[in-house]
Design a binder for this molecule. Structure first.
Ligand code: SF4
Length: 219
């Protein structure tokens, strides 16, 4: 089965819309997408959504966030977890955007990863969801599922990104994060994946060596 067919099949089994997809389809404000992606670290989509909406109701530009009281920012984004670190981070990023990019979000990978605290995944999310530039944001779901499917044999998300880009045609890059994040939350779960109801169970090699190696290391 081709990459295209697998991705199409996976899409038929997904429910709801990912938070970033929802944001991108509504207004595509690159600043909101960047900030929301920073807030999404280590939390659920629902928490990110609440924090983003609360924050942007009050402060919706780099200038407003840069000038806001840190404690107020912390309270607004509290639902996203790690709110002290994240509040300081979004203030810092806003200042850099004001000083170096005329208060706009750059549509360039190198510029994005040079923003404070912005890593490869966040930069790629901004490219895909804010600017519709082909990229593969690799989070824990994309990394895990790509290994289970034997699309890659990698040890970390950065390696996965490089390997996927080598083997997958560019026209499908942007679909991978959009689909696999929800697929990883709903079907191909980190623990006890629902292989018995999975739409690609017939073709999936179910390579769990990554998890087994991790388990062995722990023992
Ligand atoms: S068959 Fe199982 S391991 Fe393979 S993609 Fe589906 S849920 Fe994941």
């Amino acid at each position: 089965m081709s990459y295209k067919e697998i991705l199409e099949k996976v899409e038929t089994q997904l429910e709801g819309e990912a938070h970033l997809d929802e944001l991108a389809s509504k207004q595509q404000d690159p600043f909101k997408i960047l900030i929301s992606t920073i807030l999404s670290a280590r939390t659920r989509d629902t928490n990110t959504k609440i924090a983003t909406e609360k924050l942007f109701k009050k402060y919706n530009s780099p200038k407003l966030i840069a000038e806001a009281e840190l404690e107020v920012l912390e309270q607004l984004i509290k639902s996203s977890g790690f709110y002290k670190v994240k509040a300081a981070r979004i203030k810092e990023v806003s200042n850099v955007l004001i000083n170096n990019y005329n208060s706009t979000v750059p549509d360039d990978y190198e510029a994005l990863v040079n923003l404070p605290g912005v890593g490869s995944k966040t930069a790629n999310c901004v490219l895909v969801y804010a600017f519709k530039i082909p990229a593969i944001p690799v989070d824990t779901h994309v990394h895990r599922i790509s290994n289970r499917l034997d699309w890659v044999k990698t040890k970390n998300p950065l390696q996965t990104e490089v390997a996927l880009k080598k083997s997958i045609p560019k026209e499908y890059w942007s679909k991978i994060n959009r689909l696999f994040v929800r697929f990883g939350q709903q079907i191909c779960l980190p623990i006890r994946p629902k292989c018995e109801i999975c739409v690609i169970t017939d073709i999936c090699p179910k390579d769990f060596s990554m998890e087994l190696a991790r388990k062995k290391k722990k023992e």
